[in-house]
Design a protein around this ligand. Structure first.
Ligand code: 6PG
Length: 243
C-alpha cells in the first residue's frame, strides 16, 4: 500500500478512540495554520473519541483555532438523538471553550434540504482554504457502514464520488431518512482522512476493501483515497479479523 495510507489495529473500540484522539491532538497542535478545519462524523466510535478528546486533552488543545464541520448530517431537528450535531454537542462541544462562530452545522431541521445543501456548500467555500481548486479540510473523520458506505455516500449513490458539487442531499437506502453529505472529491482533497472502524459486523467489508476484492467496487468507502493528503485507518481487532 502507498505510504500515504496507514492501517493501525487496536484491541477494542476504546483503544481505537484513544489512538484517534492522540492523532487528532497531534495534528491540531502541529498545525501552523490560523484555523484547523475538521469535518466530524456520526457513529458509535466517534462518540467515544469525542469524549476522549475532552477527558484527556481538554486543557491542551488550542480550541480557539479549531473549526468544526460535519461530513454528513441526518435531516432531523438538532435536538434529536439522531442528529450528528446533537451527538457531538453532548459528547464534546458543550464541554469545551469554543465560540459559536467555530461551529459550522448543517441545519438538519430545515424544510428545504436542497437549499440547505447549497447554503452549507457556500459556507465551506467561503471559509475552508482552497487547494487544487477545491476546499481542503485539514481533517475529515469517517466511519464505515456494513454496506460499504461512508459519510452518507451509499452504494446506490456511488456517483457522488465523482460529483462536482461540494455536498449533496441523499436518502438512506433502507430507512429513506434524508441526509446531507460531503461528496467524494471533497473528502479525497482533505489533508488528512481518519477512518474509524470497529466491530465484528464490519469485518467482511474491511477485508474486501483491504484486499481490493471485486465486491469492494460497489462500496463508496473503497474509493476514498487522498489525492495529496494522508489517510489513516484505525480498526479494532474484531473488524480486522478477516483481513
Ligand atoms: C452517520 C455516519 C456514517 C457512520 C457509519 C459507521 O452519520 O451515520 O457518519 O457514515 O460513520 O455508518 O457508523 P458506526 O461507527 O456507528 O458503525
Amino acid at each position: 500500500m502507498e505510504d500515504r495510507i496507514e492501517v493501525k489495529i487496536a484491541p477494542n473500540p476504546k483503544k481505537v478512540a484513544k489512538a484517534a484522539a492522540k492523532l487528532i491532538f497531534k495534528l491540531i497542535t502541529e498545525s501552523k495554520q490560523k484555523h484547523f478545519n475538521i469535518a466530524l462524523s456520526g457513529g458509535t466510535t466517534p462518540s467515544l473519541l469525542y469524549r476522549r478528546l475532552v477527558k484527556k486533552f481538554q486543557n491542551q488543545i488550542p480550541w480557539h483555532i479549531v473549526h468544526f464541520w460535519w461530513g454528513d448530517e441526518r435531516m432531523v431537528d438538532s435536538a434529536s438523538p439522531d442528529s450528528n450535531f446533537h451527538m457531538v454537542w453532548q459528547s464534546m462541544l458543550s464541554k469545551v471553550p469554543v465560540d459559536k462562530a467555530q461551529i459550522h452545522t448543517i441545519e438538519g431541521g430545515t424544510n428545504n434540504d436542497e437549499a440547505e445543501a447549497l447554503r452549507y456548500a457556500a459556507e465551506i467555500e467561503q471559509f475552508v482554504p482552497i487547494k487544487n481548486q477545491l476546499p481542503c479540510f485539514d481533517l475529515i473523520l469517517l466511519g464505515l457502514g456494513e454496506d460499504g458506505h461512508t459519510a452518507s455516500i451509499f452504494p446506490d449513490t456511488l456517483n457522488l464520488m465523482e460529483s462536482s458539487s461540494i455536498c449533496a442531499v441523499v436518502e438512506h437506502p433502507v430507512t429513506a431518512q434524508k441526509r446531507i453529505t460531503l461528496t467524494g472529491k471533497i473528502i479525497n482533497n482533505a489533508s488528512n482522512i481518519l477512518f474509524l472502524t470497529t466491530g465484528e459486523s464490519k469485518a467482511v467489508v474491511v477485508s474486501n476493501i483491504m484486499n481490493s476484492r471485486e465486491s469492494a467496487r460497489e462500496y463508496p468507502a473503497y474509493y476514498i483515497l487522498p489525492d495529496h493528503g494522508k489517510m489513516v485507518w484505525i480498526i479494532d481487532e474484531a473488524a480486522s479479523a478477516k483481513i
